[in-house]
Design a protein around this ligand. Structure first.
Ligand SMILES: Nc1ncnc2c1ncn2[C@@H]1O[C@H](COP(=O)(O)OP(=O)(O)OP(=O)(O)O)[C@@H](O)[C@H]1O
Ligand SMILES: [Mg+2]
Length: 430
């Protein structure tokens, strides 16, 4: 029989709207419990002062078995981080209860779990002892942690002087190497370089291979599919779906549920994605003259992407473009207006600019594609980030796959290009 590793029963978390609450510490949690008789009174006075409450999580119940690797997905603000904070006891639920069977290692937001005045070395020992490990067990893992985090020369520097990348590297190394029975990981792929991300994914795979339970929050759908045996989709603080069909859920996350309207035009009606450099205003698919495309389009037609936005501050290395995903969530490619030779980059000027990019005909396969308008500065700072926080539109391609009588239906493979062939005949013996 499989043992349960995490049991959650009707968890709810309520925040006061517009008020950024401090994280509750263990000491505060204890004093809250002691003050329980007075809590009702406080609640009543809260209602009297007309405070607006907001439920970040509501009625969350689930059981996770030992050894399961569960991906947690959902849009920004869905409640993913709140759930992990509750499970790692960084914050307490407003209602409901949780039971965790095993030692928990967690990598949440930068700043949680470390004492900033203490050095990297001291924090490793502190975290180990909080996890209930003996000194000699921490020592036996110490070198591996330092090696994994790659911070040897900063080991005796207070953590407050670490860069955010170093902080995350150490936090992940500690969480993953101190022998946790349950590992909670929030969004590690958003920080750190590509090499470190690869190392983290490898480590999570190892930990899960050892039969540990892993909860993994990510906006990277490829990583979710690669790592997780099951998936929980949160929406507005509730569980929308939870089950083994990871691939289907990833598809639903990227493309919406069946029957939902998939539009090939996005207009910034709610004044979203504002930033000091480039605010996207209008993003759509059209023909060469700028007329909106009518879906589905044939595979042999040229499709144009129009990106209209307000350049508020000129930045020499502003990269605007798009990311395109096929319906299983695989990223096909990213494209930016700065991909070519620098002298050929489009010169943006302050005010409204419209960029146009062509997706050639006879290139994509039959199917539905998600296209996101993406933007970043060359420093790596995202203005609207693929897979995480970027305006999406959808492209549906049907028919026109080739002029050959043999390919009337969808071709196998991700793409369906018609390549050029040249040939010569050599008749043997002549
Ligand atoms: N301390 C807080 N005080 C008030 N509201 C909060 C607090 N922490 C989170 N929230 C709100 O709770 C909701 C859920 O936040 P949470 O951070 O769990 O979302 P998330 O799914 O992790 O989003 P993201 O994908 O952006 O990381 C959001 O609307 C957020 O604004
Ligand atoms: Mg989060």
């Amino acid at each position: 029989m499989v043992d349960i590793s995490i049991h959650a029963e009707h968890i709810g978390k309520r925040y006061i709207l517009g008020q950024q609450q401090r994280q509750e510490t263990l000491r505060e949690a204890i004093s809250t419990t002691i003050r329980t008789p007075f809590q009702r009174l406080a609640k009543i006075s809260g209602q009297r002062s007309n405070k607006q409450f907001f439920w970040a999580l509501k009625d969350i119940s689930f059981d996770i078995n030992e050894g399961e690797v569960v991906g947690i997905i959902g849009r920004n603000g869905a409640g993913k981080s709140t759930l992990l904070k509750i499970l790692s006891r960084i914050t307490t639920p407003t209602e409901g209860c949780i039971k965790l069977y095993g030692r928990v290692g967690s990598l949440l937001e930068v700043g949680t779990g470390f004492h900033l005045e203490l050095t990297g070395r001291e924090n490793i020992y502190l975290n180990g002892s909080i996890l209930g490990m003996r000194k000699r067990d921490i020592e036996s893992n110490f070198e591996e942690i330092v090696k994994f985090a790659d911070i040897d020369s900063f080991l005796d520097t207070p953590v407050k002087h670490y860069s955010s990348g170093m902080h995350v590297r150490l936090a992940f190394a500690v969480a993953a190497h101190l022998d946790p029975e349950i590992l909670l990981v929030d969004e590690i792929l958003a920080v750190g370089d590509a090499e470190f991300q690869k190392k983290c994914l490898g480590k999570i795979k190892d930990v899960s291979g050892e039969g540990r339970t892993v909860l993994f929050v990510s906006h990277n759908m490829n990583a979710i599919e690669q790592l997780c045996g099951s998936c929980m989709m949160l929406e507005n603080g509730t569980i929308k779906r939870y089950g083994l069909e990871v691939r289907e859920m990833v598809k639903e996350y990227l493309f919406g549920a069946e029957g939902c309207l998939k539009t090939s035009e996005w207009i910034n009606r709610k004044d979203e994605f504002d930033n000091p450099w480039f605010k996207p205003l209008h993003f759509f698919l059209g023909d060469a003259d700028g007329n909106n495309s009518i879906m589905p389009v044939n595979n042999d037609s040229e499709i144009y992407l129009y990106l209209e936005g307000d350049v508020k501050l000129l930045h020499p290395a502003l990269c605007i473009g798009y990311a395109i995903y096929c319906d299983d969530g695989t990223l096909l490619y990213w494209s930016f207006q700065t991909d070519g030779l620098e002298e050929n980059w489009i010169k943006l000027s302050k005010g409204i600019n419209v960029l146009r990019s062509k997706i050639p005909g006879r290139f994509l396969n039959e199917g539905i594609y998600r296209i996101e308008c993406i933007g970043r500065l060359h420093s790596g700072q995202w203005l609207f980030e693929p897979g995480r926080n970027a305006p999406p539109i959808f492209l549906t391609i049907q028919g026109g796959l080739s002029d050959s009588p043999y390919w009337m239906s969808r071709r196998p493979g991700i793409l369906a290009p018609v390549m050029d062939y040249r040939g010569k005949s050599h008749v043997p013996g002549r």
